[in-house]
Write a protein that binds this ligand. Sequence first.
Ligand SMILES: [Zn+2]
Length: 444
Amino acid sequence: MTEVNKQRFYKKLAVTGLAFTLVGAGTLGLHSLNFTGEPTVASAAAETYTTTANLNIRSGPSTSNAIIATVKQGTQLTVVGQAASGWLKVSYQGKTGYVSSEYVKKSASSTTKTYVTTANLNIRSGPSTSSAIVVTVKQGTQLTSTEQAANGWLKVSYQGKTGYVSTQYVKESTGSSEPAPAPAPAASVYVATANLNVRTTASTSGAVMATLKAGTQLDVTAKAANGWLKITYQGKAGYVSGQYVRALAGMKVVSNPESIQVVVNKQNKLPENYVPKDLVYTTIPFTFKEQTEKKKMRSEAAAAIAQLFADAKKQGVTLLGVSAYRSHATQSALFSSYVQRDGYDKAVTYSALPGTSEHETGLGIDVTKGDGTCAAQDCFGGTKEATWLDAHAAEYGFIIRYPKGKEAVTGYKYEPWHLRYVGKPVAQAIKSKGITLEEYYGIK
Ligand SMILES: [Zn+2]
């Protein structure tokens, strides 16, 4: 291959990879292929073959048929039938097509299982969250595996790459190539609207087992008599008065809190008492000196913000951190104090309900100018520092999470100081399209 052809070839592969990502998300369908004069195909039990070269999948069994996908060497294909003259009918990521049998070989006899991701998911180089991310795939992506899961991790193949995924976010596919079914409608999310006693029976004469803060999410299991609700609290059954409980319309609990791309907003909350596993102190300067949780971020985000601050400084832009991580306990205490002062209905209008603040993910950070002025205030907008962040944050994997003019989507007014780490590919896609995290994932 000449150098130019090589470049064209790789460019083509890159484009193909993008198309598959979109198929995974169900936004681009190539399934409705029309075959003119489809050849007779001998029925055969589906078997897995591996490509021995970068290989075109075509719409029919000859090189004159259109290329519907190009797959890399080592890609697993499911052969669904023999076609005429050295061609095999294959299924790949929900598409059906033909490949020359010359460039595939039958995979070892181990059983290949297909899995579907139940969340946007990192494929890592090893079976732990400290291993490097090989690729991030969207919810609904099909992965194959020939191995049994061990220690909660599964070795998988995806587009010729091999890596590991947490079994928590995949489920075995039934073998059909349909996209992952939509999740069952979420059960209502209930919260306490006042500091609330959990009692052993459904009346005020029951002994108090615990007192929950206003804003605490309740695990309601049944309606009891006289307006009381049965709940599960720390593994035990208890009862609370329904008078101080609210079912939140449209609220969902996110299924992928550990994902770097998790969407947390006023309609999508973190599970109760969620704590990120890999929080570390950032090394950047803040507007205050004490080592508090506000200086913490998840390790990947902490490294990225340090690089961003260092490069900004080289370009004459000095930044300070204002507030990064906020624990669930802190947010709960804060929210509860507001409820004490103003009542639940007023408090929710100006304070994030526990679990819905992005600062609880360890991926968000408020920043300001080097002189510390305009910290989390509108006057930060339009400054040299805000302009630099808008132009360069995506290069470090951050987005301006609450952009101007997107209040209806994000639920927040413009916050030029609030950065959210999502990783470089997603940040750059969001920046180049001028959209929000919600719009990128099609989540409200
Ligand atoms: Zn913020």
